[in-house]
Design a protein around this ligand. Structure first.
Ligand code: ADP
Length: 976
């Protein structure tokens, strides 16, 4: 084939070209290869002979895709031929075979330059190509890596936002300190709220913000972490904190972790502090330990829980170690990457500083977040996607469900018991809306181990949405503490507190508590009832309002001494009750001491009014008694002295007689005193025997008559009857009544005695005098010990014991007693004894409309819709209970609410039934519907007193009116 070329090259030029160190071809205008540089031959792997004088496209055939490839070489050459100007091709891929003949991916940078003759025509074209494969591939790799970095940077931003959000919302205190001075670089809202409410601490060194921690173990710990990089985890660590500078410190308790923060080179730049406040739990635990022994068992549980916490922190420790190993590896990989990148950088010089930082930050953030998750002393997990697949769960989270497989499983598969629970809906809602949910002490019944029993467990937690790069929710981050223990402890504490309050209230006396400074802070219901005021009122006012002014100073002095010394407080004072009366109380308070510190004062006020009055009476009595004893003694002494001086027998005899009377009086006083002490000790002996009652009466009268010249004792009527009882004691009773009758009727000269057998076979004895009489108001108390009517006490000798002893003797004989008296006219003392003679059998008629027995007649009054009750004769507890029972029945059966109760025919005294009537019968009647009760009094004042006494303490829901005659009683009840 003839060589067609525009012009040949001179041979020396050819050689110059051949030796050029760059790949060149020289082409003729017709595109025949005139020569090729050695470098070109080397590049293409061809021999010079294969090329010389050949048409370019014969050696390198046109490829169909060349045309598409922005024109390719053919296009470039055409451009040169047309324009006579050089043409540069874009980098073109043109694969060439390697030494084994396999095609290799190659990129070329090609240019064509025309060589013009003096006329400006093209004589040659220089084809210059360069293999840029390496550069292209490096560039491509770099681009890919830049893309990745961009994505990583975006992700890092996302993570940072996520982390900040989490930090803002988790119920734990988080702070980041940087630099050797540990300057506050970041704090979350909880941290600020807990430690420095309302103060700006960002940018301040830790010690400046919180000077109170110097010398505390936490300060040592945080410095140690900064120096060594070792993570520090503490449980239940006490930190005394003030809410303001210079304020009082209070103990707070935390579980916390200090963790070093490193830069990408691994240097420590700061410390992350993660705490959560467990003061409440620790305090509750402390209080509980101190206040309740019952909780020993629970304490064991606590110890167990502590062990678990221990184990958890050990796990955290080991996780930490593992992580730091992983970290090192990651660090090395990072170093390698950095090295590679640097090489790349030097080769392509394209890397931007900004992206480099982004990459560092991305790795750092991810790493830091993950490390934080794994080491946080609270449960954290990440649930991925709409099926909530456990993507990550840190050891404390796993610890909540020991042994249950979580990672990689959907939530409902891993923890199926959540399915029907509210919490499941909440979770789905957070995923749907992206709104964070914070649960506080929520009850979530769950099993611990797989197939374990479902337990009531309480959790405080946060569900927070996680977002993907397009800001769509793609998962949930869960942050959780189990607070079951704290909730249970608090519950138990509340129960204890309630039980404590219940006990305090149940105590039948005034109970109160005061703070260590003495301020009253609790009063029980008894106090409120006594003072007729609310607890708040009483606590607000303190005791002063209620203590008698005369007792206040002494009481205050003792209270202040007790508060100062911590010793028992014991004082007697008078308290003013709601009825305006002062009552004596014994106040006693003891401090409740915990750990050597007074926590509370527990006090009681015991009503000692009766004792106090008795004491007073006793004192009075003792002075009377000594006076009474002294009088006959002085006389005896005087007679004795006279006797020693006189020799005249008749005079002597007279003196002996007189002296004997005083001895007798002395003897009587002493025996009365002995009797009282016997009665008090329940040791009064009775010798029951059958004797002739009439004889006993007669003998006693004779005995007394013997001692008096002023009065004549007349036995008006007497039954000759035998009676079984203590003759001696009954003699004492009659003797007492007779001597009183004489003593208290100094102006009169007769005493009348009657003894009659009543139709119910009871024996009724009366002793009537015409003396000073007794006022109604004094009647009911005459039979009390030491009781003496005021205006008589000064005029008459006596100890106020005779009637008390007599009443006791009669009670022991199942007898009763009463008095009828008119002041200035005289008194009649009665007593009644049951004889053992067969009683006449009383007829009983029983029906819903009518009832009759010996003690009562009951009838339903249809016209006025009421029950009429007519009591007759002597009553005792038994007869009254029976009659009352029938009255109640008839009222219910006939559905009425009014009663006309007639006592006009009642004899004697029924005081023994007062308590039963007041406490049982009237409340039952009220319950059965009683609204109006017209009570016609018995003429006996003694009975009237009993009736009044029985309605004294009744509620006001029914109306009870007393009348002296039946007509007015009927008028009133019919109007109701
Ligand atoms: P004493 O007579 O030693 O004082 P009592 O127990 O016998 O003690 O009597 C108690 C009080 O009852 C007396 O102090 C007196 O006030 C009153 N009293 C007793 N009997 C009569 C009476 N017949 N008339 C008036 N008052 C009486």
């Amino acid at each position: 084939m003839p060589i067609k070329h525009s012009s040949a090259l001179p041979p020396e030029m050819l050689r110059v070209f051949e030796t050029l160190p760059q790949p060149y071809l020289i082409l003729s205008k017709e595109l025949y290869i005139l020569t090729a540089s050695n470098a070109y031959l080397q590049l293409t792997g061809k021999l010079r002979a294969e090329l010389l004088e050949k048409h370019l496209f014969d050696v390198f055939p046109k490829k169909p895709d060349w045309a598409a490839d922005e024109g390719g070489i053919a296009f470039s050459l055409e451009q040169v031929l047309e324009t006579d100007k050089p043409h540069q091709l874009p980098v073109t891929r043109f694969d060439t075979p390697d030494h084994e003949g396999k095609l290799q991916e190659r990129y070329w940078d090609t240019a064509h330059t025309p060589v013009l003759d003096p006329d400006g025509d093209i004589c040659y074209i220089i084809h210059h190509t360069q293999d840029v494969t390496e550069k292209v591939i490096a560039e491509r790799n770099l681009n890919a890596s830049l893309e990745k970095e961009k994505a990583a940077a975006a992700k890092a931003g996302q993570l940072r936002r996520q982390m900040e959000k989490l930090f803002d919302e988790i119920p734990a205190q988080i702070a980041i300190f940087t630099g050797p001075d540990l300057v506050y670089e970041f704090i979350n809202p909880q941290y600020e709220k807990e430690f420095f409410p309302g103060r700006k601490i960002l940018g301040k060194p830790l010690l400046m913000a919180m000077p109170e921690i110097v010398g505390l173990p936490v300060w040592e710990a945080v410095q140690h972490v900064y120096k060594t990089g070792e993570t520090y985890a503490g449980n239940e660590i006490c930190v005394p904190l003030t809410s303001e500078i210079g304020g009082k410190t209070e103990d707070h308790y935390f579980n916390f972790i200090y963790q070093a923060i490193r830069d990408e080179k691994g240097n420590i730049t700061g410390v992350l502090s993660f705490k959560y406040d467990i003061t409440e739990l620790v305090m509750a635990k402390k209080r509980l330990e101190q206040t309740s022994k019952e909780l020993l068992a629970l304490n064991e549980g606590l110890a167990h829980a502590n062990e678990e916490i221990q184990v958890t922190s050990e796990e955290i420790q080991s996780a930490n170690e593992e992580l730091s190993a992983t970290n090192e590896e990651l660090f090395r990989t990072q170093q390698n990457l950095l090295k590679l990148n640097n090489e790349l950088e030097s080769r392509v010089e394209l890397r931007t500083l900004e992206l480099l930082t982004a990459q560092g930050e991305a790795t750092g953030q991810t790493e830091r977040l993950k490390r934080f998750f794994m080491q946080a002393p609270a449960g954290i997990c990440v649930l991925d996607g709409p099926n909530f697949i456990f993507e990550l769960a840190n050891p404390p989270y796993q610890k909540l469900f020991p042994g249950r497989k979580l990672i990689g499983r959907p939530l409902l598969e891993a923890l199926p018991e959540l399915k029907d629970q509210l919490i499941w809906d909440i979770l789905k809602n957070v995923y749907k809306t992206g709104n964070t949910f914070e649960g506080k002490e929520l009850l979530v019944p769950m099993a611990r181990e797989a197939n374990g029993p479902i337990e009531d467990r309480y959790f405080t937690f946060i569900y927070q949405a996680r977002y993907d790069a397009t800001d769509k929710v793609d998962g949930i981050m869960v942050f959780v503490f189990e607070v079951t223990e704290a909730v249970l402890v608090r519950k138990k504490e509340k129960e204890n507190e309630e039980r404590f309050r219940f006990l305090l209230n149940a105590m039948p006396q005034q109970v109160w508590t005061a703070r260590p400074n003495g301020k009253l802070d609790y009063v029980n219901e008894v106090i409120c009832e006594d003072f007729g005021r609310s607890a708040e009122d009483i606590i607000g006012q303190g005791w002063q309002t209620f203590i008698h002014p005369d007792d206040q100073q002494a009481c205050l002095k003792k209270w202040l001494t007790a508060l100062r010394t911590g010793h028992e407080y014991l004082v007697e004072f008078r308290l003013k009750f709601q009825d305006g009366q002062y009552r004596w109380h014994l106040a006693r308070a003891v401090p409740l001491i915990e750990n050597g510190e007074i926590k509370l004062w527990l006090g009681t006020n015991t009503n000692i009014d009766i004792q106090k009055n008795n004491e007073q009476k006793k004192d009075e009595f003792l002075s009377i008694a000594s006076h009474e004893l002294k009088t006959p003694l002085t006389s005896i002494k005087a007679f004795n002295q006279l006797m020693m001086r006189i020799n005249d027998p008749p005079k002597l005899n007279d003196l002996i007689q007189k002296s004997a009377a005083h001895v007798l009086r002395l003897e009587k006083l002493i025996s009365d005193l002995l009797d009282v002490s016997r009665i008090n000790a329940g040791k009064m002996d009775y010798n029951m025997e059958t004797f002739n009652f009439y004889e006993m009466l007669k003998d006693t009268i004779d005995g007394v008559q013997h001692t008096t010249a002023s009065h004549q004792i007349i036995l008006q009527s007497a039954e000759n009857i035998t009676y079984t009882g203590d003759r001696f004691r009954l003699e004492q009773v009659v003797n007492n009544l007779l001597t009183n009758a004489i003593k208290y009727s100094p102006e009169a000269n007769t005493v009348i005695v009657n003894c009659a057998l009543h139709e119910d076979n009871s024996l009724i004895v009366s002793v009537q005098d015409f003396g000073i009489g007794i006022e109604e108001k004094n009647l009911s108390r005459l039979f009390e010990r030491y009781y003496r009517v005021d205006n008589t006490a000064m005029r008459f000798e006596g100890l106020g014991l005779g009637l008390f002893i007599s009443a006791e003797i009669l009670k022991r004989h199942n007898g009763s007693f009463w008095i009828e008296s008119t002041p200035g006219a005289g008194s009649t003392f009665f007593f009644r004894l049951l004889t053992h003679q067969t009683q006449k059998q009383a007829t009983i008629i029983q029906g819903d409309l009518y009832y009759h027995d010996s003690a009562i007649t009951l009838s339903y009054n249809h016209v006025h819709s009421r029950i009429d009750a007519d009591w007759t004769g002597f009553q005792n507890l038994e007869s009254i209970q029976q009659g009352c029972h029938h009255m109640l029945n008839m009222m219910v059966k006939n559905n009425v609410y009014k009663v006309l109760n007639n006592n006009i025919h009642v004899l004697g005294n029924w005081s023994e039934a007062i308590d039963w009537v007041a406490q049982e019968w009237f409340p039952a009647m009220q319950k059965a519907g009683l609204r109006y009760f017209a009570w016609v009094n018995s003429p006996s004042v003694f009975n009237q007193l009993s009736a009044r006494k029985s309605v004294n303490a009744l509620p006001h829901k029914m109306t009870i009116n007393f009348f002296t005659d039946v007509i007015s009683a009927e008028t009133w009840i019919n109007e109701q």
